[in-house]
Design a binder for this molecule. Structure first.
Ligand SMILES: NC(=O)c1ccc[n+]([C@@H]2O[C@H](COP(=O)([O-])OP(=O)(O)OC[C@H]3O[C@@H](n4cnc5c(N)ncnc54)[C@H](O)[C@@H]3O)[C@@H](O)[C@H]2O)c1
Length: 279
């Protein structure tokens, strides 16, 4: 039985990667899915994939760094399918964005630009989705955070700040909108080998990926569908009593004592001297 039959969903950044897999899984479970993305070609390809599998989907060009685009995507879902019941705030490209630097190094413009997408888009998405969900009798919002919202990496102020904020906003918003029948949760993925990450990081360095996988209890990194499945669960009635939760989906990356991990990785390098470190 389809778990989301009759639901109407928006997935920001739903053209590819985690959002792409999420759009496909939501549609497989019976939701009508609006893909809101800046990459029109990839969005259209994903729409066609969903339709070919018997699902219902459409795309809208929306830059979630722009207030007007966020309002327009909510209006479009309601115009097309009469309501909105699911919002997945996912859009952001870890590949190609310049998010590196400490507070001393990051420029004010870089901070403003990245945080508009990482953080403000969640605020504005929820601002417009909630009245529509209320009119529909309730809904579910899932914000895509990261293990980077829980564990800090050096020289990554912008991303760590944005993802930490997403977790805090999720908990705060769950309080405000629970009484209106709207649940708000987050997922915190570990490293997910998306199409773009595979091309940018691993295609030419498979030994680096094998090394990276050693940090995971399950000895593998994630696939987009691993996160999509968690999001489907959080949107479904099976999660009807779950709100304000940040679900870590990281194959056991974040449960380990760092000292033991360091020793394990040192042994691994000794045994695999051909390893080329990822960075
Ligand atoms: N891949 C990982 O390892 C990983 C781990 C943890 C969290 N995340 C988070 O998951 C989300 C998706 O990451 P991904 O790796 O699937 O990325 P991706 O680059 O594979 O896909 C991101 C999609 O978002 C779209 N997008 C980017 N900026 C946008 C904007 N301003 N407005 C609308 N669409 C926009 C892109 O066009 C693309 O289709 C991000 O929030 C990211 O921070 C990713």
């Amino acid at each position: 039985m389809q778990r989301l039959a009759g639901q109407v969903a928006i997935v920001t950044g739903g053209a590819q990667g985690i959002g792409g897999a999420t759009a496909r899984r939501l549609a497989e479970e019976g939701a009508s899915v609006l893909i809101a993305d800046i990459d029109d070609e990839a969005a259209e390809r994903n729409v066609q994939t969903i339709r070919a599998a018997g699902g219902t989907a459409a795309a809208i060009h929306a830059d979630v760094g722009r207030h007007a685009d966020i309002r327009a995507m909510v209006d479009e879902a309601v115009r097309r399918w009469g309501k909105l019941t699911i919002l997945v705030n996912n859009a952001y490209s870890p590949v190609g964005e310049n998010r590196d630097g400490s507070a001393v190094e990051v420029s004010e413009e870089g901070w403003d630009r990245a945080l508009a997408v990482l953080m403000k888009s969640v605020f504005l998405g929820v601002k417009y989705a909630v009245p529509a969900m209320e009119a529909a009798g309730g809904g579910a919002i899932v914000n895509v955070a990261s293990v980077h919202g829980l564990l800090m990496a050096p020289r990554s102020l912008v991303y760590e700040a944005g993802k930490s904020a997403v977790i805090g906003m999720t908990r705060q918003m769950a309080l405000d909108f629970g009484p209106r029948g709207i649940r708000v949760n987050a997922v915190c993925p570990g490293h997910i080998v998306t199409e773009r990450i595979q091309a940018a990081m691993w295609a030419e360095n498979p030994s680096g990926l094998r090394f990276f996988e050693q940090q995971y209890a399950l000895r593998r990194c994630g696939r987009p569908v691993d996160i999509a499945n968690a999001i489907v669960f959080l949107c479904s009635d099976e999660a009807a009593f779950i709100t304000g939760h940040a679900l870590v989906v990281d194959g056991g990356l974040s449960i380990q004592l760092q000292e033991n991990l360091g020793v394990h990785l040192a042994h691994y390098i000794q045994e695999h001297p051909e390893t080329r470190l990822p960075y």
